[in-house]
Design a binder for this molecule. Structure first.
Ligand SMILES: NC(=O)c1ccc[n+]([C@@H]2O[C@H](COP(=O)([O-])OP(=O)(O)OC[C@H]3O[C@@H](n4cnc5c(N)ncnc54)[C@H](OP(=O)(O)O)[C@@H]3O)[C@@H](O)[C@H]2O)c1
Length: 503
């Protein structure tokens, strides 16, 4: 690959961003300094950003270019020389998004950056601000012609953070507004879970191996458990969380994306169209709950005071910014049925929650038990059905659980684990999700971003739950912080003769 930076000559770089400007709306915020800044620094260190690159921050907070540059240097403990060199060219626009002057000023700054840095009129706009202003910013970009390439061959893209709407209707509305100024192929809707290496490894495991795909179906799999557990409570984000809840915050996006990758048919090609076509087909095969099923197939709950991460934590309703009579769920467990040939009759149990015993995300495929155990009675008491567990975070890897003979004179069988650990198998550093996704957006690879039809279908799946809960038609259970959720969630599986794994 040729390098326009003399320092890079002769060095092999896997993928590099083309000359471009990243315009960050909400550059004064948490996401910008905690995730985007460090991700850009890592890309700069890996020589994946050209010298013809700049960031233009936009927000209402008063800052000079130098203030913003200082802030961007502070996103990492020890900024590298490569990062310092890039940051020196960053710019900042102070302004309100309802004010046309903000966008006129932005245009002037972008023109100057093109001139000074050679960024060629290429733009990636990033909505790293509160969702209430997503539509307004996109429309203003359109009204000021900033949605159009400045010259032939240049690209203009818009990265949209989650949440994408609050329900089916508002996500439709947001899409309509975005589409007034941007084509679908210019839109990059982020679900940072898809940027995680181990989530992408679900594809590698399934489609690069001949041994897993033949058993990836109802004939061999009894059921699947997907767990997205967080050990912390809402902390200072109670006000935000009150308006979201676990269903909107985690299930509608992360859980359904992981589920989609698990369910989908093999794509003809692993590219944006191939993957997203199959994923949306899989989401469409999910059985939509009838209103009366919500109370029996779904459990929602809130944490009460208890111990989490070795500390006594207060209950959700006592958290700062949370109403004392709040009905917002911090936990969801749900049984998902899939109506297609591959998965008919295989339940997918998903659960997510805050203040659970540990932070862990995993997909556990549990296989049928053997039809007959030819051992003496009691010999296989310690044997569980086979399971293949995809550990997404932390401790990324794959575990296969199978039965083995316990050493000794007696013939006793017990379950053991065969482990693959990412960290031990590969010396390469795993890039953070935002590194991967930022580079993808700059390179123009939308494979790991969510297409409009996927977002819509994900809202269709959760809509009956939102409606039932808004009408308070389903009970709200409680669980002590630091436990694996309410008894009701255990009963959801027990009534099917199954139980939750302990991750
Ligand atoms: N933080 C994370 O780790 C994280 C993770 C995943 C997704 N996200 C998503 O990323 C986006 C940004 O998150 P964040 O945590 O960075 O949010 P944030 O810190 O609360 O807000 C970002 C910036 O938005 C601006 N802002 C706040 N209220 C505004 C309003 N009413 N009108 C215009 N601007 C307003 C503020 O800048 P000024 O006041 O200076 O204009 C603020 O610095 C959200 O959509 C969030 O869901 C965040």
């Amino acid at each position: 690959m040729t390098a326009d930076n003399p320092l890079l000559e002769g060095l092999e770089v896997e993928r590099r961003a083309p000359p471009c400007v990243l315009v960050v709306f909400g550059a004064s915020g948490d996401l910008s300094s905690r995730k985007l800044g460090p991700a850009l620094e890592a890309l700069a260190d890996n020589r994946q950003l050209p010298l013809a690159f700049s960031v233009v921050g936009v927000a209402r907070t008063e800052m000079s270019d130098d203030d913003f540059r200082r802030r961007m240097l502070q996103v990492v403990k020890k900024p590298s020389a490569a990062w310092e060199r890039l940051v020196a060219g960053f710019r900042y626009v102070t302004g309100d998004y309802t004010c046309p002057e903000t966008f006129e000023q932005l245009r002037r700054v972008l023109d100057e950056v093109d001139e000074e840095r050679g960024t060629a009129g290429n733009r990636v706009y990033y909505l790293a601000t509160v969702p209430e202003v997503f539509a307004g910013v996109a429309s203003s970009l359109g009204e000021h012609g900033l949605n159009q390439p400045k010259r032939e061959g240049a690209f203009v893209r818009l990265v949209v953070e989650k949440p994408f709407g609050r329900d089916l209707q508002s996500s439709h509305q947001l899409d309509e507004t975005l589409h007034e100024s941007f084509r679908e192929d210019q839109l990059y809707r982020i679900d940072h879970y898809l940027g995680k290496e181990t989530v992408q490894n679900v594809l590698a495991l399934r489609f690069a191996n001949s041994i897993f795909e033949p058993i990836w179906n109802r004939r061999y799999i009894d059921h699947v458990q997907i767990t997205v557990a967080e050990s912390l409570g809402v902390g200072h984000r109670g006000g935000f969380y009150e308006r979201a809840g676990a269903l909107r915050d985690i299930v509608q996006n992360h859980v359904l994306q992981v589920l989609g990758l698990t369910l989908m048919e093999p794509p003809a090609t692993v590219d944006a169209k191939g993957i997203r076509d199959e994923k949306v087909k899989a989401l469409r095969a999910i059985d939509i709950l009838r209103p009366e099923e919500v109370a029996t197939e779904v459990v929602r709950a809130q944490y009460e005071a208890g111990w989490a991460e070795g500390e006594m934590v207060r209950g959700y309703r006592e958290e700062e910014g949370v109403a004392p009579d709040s009905r917002t769920e911090t936990y969801v467990a749900m049984k998902v049925r899939v109506d297609n040939w591959r998965w008919a009759g295989v339940p997918f149990y998903v659960r997510t929650g805050k203040c659970l015993p540990k932070r862990v995300t995993e997909v556990a495929m549990q296989f049928h038990g053997v039809p007959h155990l030819p051992f003496a009675s009691g010999a296989a008491q310690g044997l569980e059905p086979n399971a293949l567990v995809l550990r997404i975070q932390p401790d990324e890897g794959i575990t296969l659980r199978f039965g083995a003979k316990v050493p000794g004179q007696a013939f006793e069988v017990r379950s053991v684990s065969m482990d693959f650990s990412y960290g031990a198998a590969f010396l390469e550093e795993t890039p953070e999700a935002y590194e991967r996704l930022l580079l993808d957006a700059m390179v123009g690879d939308p494979t790991l971003f969510i297409r409009a039809d996927e977002v819509e279908q994900a809202w269709v799946v959760v809509e009956p739950l939102l409606n039932a809960w808004a009408a308070d038609e389903a009970p709200l259970a409680r669980y002590p912080a630091g436990t694996w959720g309410p008894r009701e969630a255990d009963r959801l599986l027990e009534s099917d003769g199954r139980r939750w794994r302990s991750p």
